[in-house]
Design a protein around this ligand. Structure first.
Ligand code: HEC
Length: 180
């Protein structure tokens, strides 16, 4: 597949001034980590989704966690992170970095679908309100103030991360080989 010049410029923003690849990195475009990126965590009027803050509590209370009696390893040697993880104030509003593979087909976006389009997501990163970020948290993020042309390029790059049905590994023959 050929990368258009616009997609190449978008990639440059992704790894350069956008610093997207700090978190969206590796083959699946995620570091597998949790971050607060200033997305509203109001799930509904009066109801919040505290993200990792609640998630850690739920993990600790779960009888199937690695410290629980269902772990076949009596030494619990695999349970080190479960033993040490603690729900702290800074985990409030942290969500796991999602993969960006096929991202053009996975709308709506963010943990609760509050961003309808890719452009809405990119505007979020461009216009980010630093006051909504944790004080002690993500100094990784700052409002990018992208121009319209830069937003276009970045979006075209993200759209390139799609498995189009006409890619060779998706040809109908490959999915359903003909029986003799
Ligand atoms: C500090 C880490 C971090 C950085 C830097 C970052 N992201 Fe994200 N990104 C996240 C997290 C965490 C989420 C999920 C937030 C949520 O679910 O509320 C996310 C969500 C997204 C989504 C929505 C995906 C989906 O399926 O919902 C897109 C698209 C995206 N980021 C693109 C970018 C782009 C483009 C950049 C650079 C301009 C960028 N990200 C920079 C951590 C980061």
């Amino acid at each position: 597949m050929r990368y258009s010049l616009a997609a190449q410029r978008g990639l440059q923003i992704f790894v350069g001034k956008g610093a997207c690849s700090t978190c969206h990195t590796g083959p699946a475009f995620t570091n597998g980590e949790f971050h607060a990126i200033g997305v509203s965590f109001f799930a509904a009027p009066g109801r919040v989704d505290a993200g990792r803050y609640e998630g850690i509590k739920r993990l600790q209370a779960n009888p199937f966690n690695l410290l629980g009696r269902f772990n076949d390893d009596p030494q619990r040697s695999t349970a080190t992170s479960t033993r040490h993880v603690a729900s702290e104030q800074r985990n409030y509003g942290e969500f796991r970095t999602p993969s960006l593979r096929n991202v053009s087909t996975t709308d709506p976006y963010m943990h609760d679908g509050q961003k309808k389009t890719l452009r809405d997501v990119l505007r979020h990163y461009s216009e980010l309100n630093p006051d909504r970020l944790h004080v002690d948290g993500e100094s990784l993020l700052k409002p990018l103030r992208l121009t319209g042309a830069e937003l276009n390029d970045l979006q075209i790059f993200l759209e390139m991360l799609t498995n189009h049905a006409d890619n060779w590994w998706h040809t109908p023959e490959h999915i359903a080989p003909k029986c003799p």
